[in-house]
Design a protein around this ligand. Sequence first.
Ligand code: ZN
Length: 353
Amino acid sequence: MSRFLLCFFLLCSFSFFSQQKSYEGMKHYVVEDTAKYTYSMIVDDLTYLYANFPQWVHPLSVGKSEFGLEMSTVRIGGETPKKKSVFLVGNIHAREDYSSKLVMKFLNVFLLNLEKLDNTYPNALKIMDSVDIYVMPVANPDGLKIAHEDWEGISDSFNLYKDSIRLIESYDVWKANGKGLDLNATFDDGNHAVKRADNYSPVPCSEGYKGKIPAEPKETQALQRFVGQVKPLMTVSFHTKGNILYWADKKTHPYFKEIDTKINKEIALRSKFVLGKVSKSPAIYGCGLENYVRAKHKLMGTCVELSRPIYDRTQFPDSQFNSEVWDKAWKIPYMYLEQTIKYGDELVKIAGL
Ligand SMILES: [Zn+2]
């Protein structure tokens, strides 16, 4: 290969992965991607998006948190819901607010593409012919507010519980919901009895407590109900540690006839995220949303860990979101859409829909 061709190739592959583009100041771009993005800002932005893209954005009621906050969710698609869909979820873990930012930024940019105001996702309109996208940016609103020490609207409720919840370090690294249950350890995937993660707590805690019975928290019940009704072929739940995809576990991996391998291998390769190994121990992997959708409904589920690993409880600062997260992961939700369309008919068959 000539040096010129090599340079050309490197340039192409670089621009394919990395996206150093600013949307700031673009018409209808509202997401706060470089400073703190609070629950109420996210709710306001969702309201803005469905007021300004009414033909594409359809709000729906999925459920409320323990303290009564809406788990705001929208469906992106045409007038009538489609049978095939993809579900994007952020902020199941309170302190991981890069995840709601990523989900919101993807949603906003995707809508700009549907209206031809931008060309980041050239096949956006075509995608809408085949699948709907359900977007829940904040699955744990009470927890996110606690992690932001944003007490408005939750302080009365939280005061009832806070003295009985073990606090590890400080509120800004809170991971659980408002009652001290770690939501991604509470799903009823059949592993509740054995679940015992590294940060296990036997009592309500800012992290690691799975509750007395499966699906104890209201947020978990709402998510389980929603997945049972809508049956999204693909659930992508965003977290923030490691630039890695957790996509399979030993028990449910055989259901998917290697389609899960093909999809996630392709996405890992193209995004340069690490492809996690098939998880072996239900004590470690069990009871997450992604495990629940696989175990109970034979629907695909991946946990996407955004940003480089930091070996403590913190996340990189808000100001580094674009370099740490967006530039590396901007295409990940889009690739899950493309792959779900590619294997859609087989996934429908596997789930028995
Ligand atoms: Zn997490």
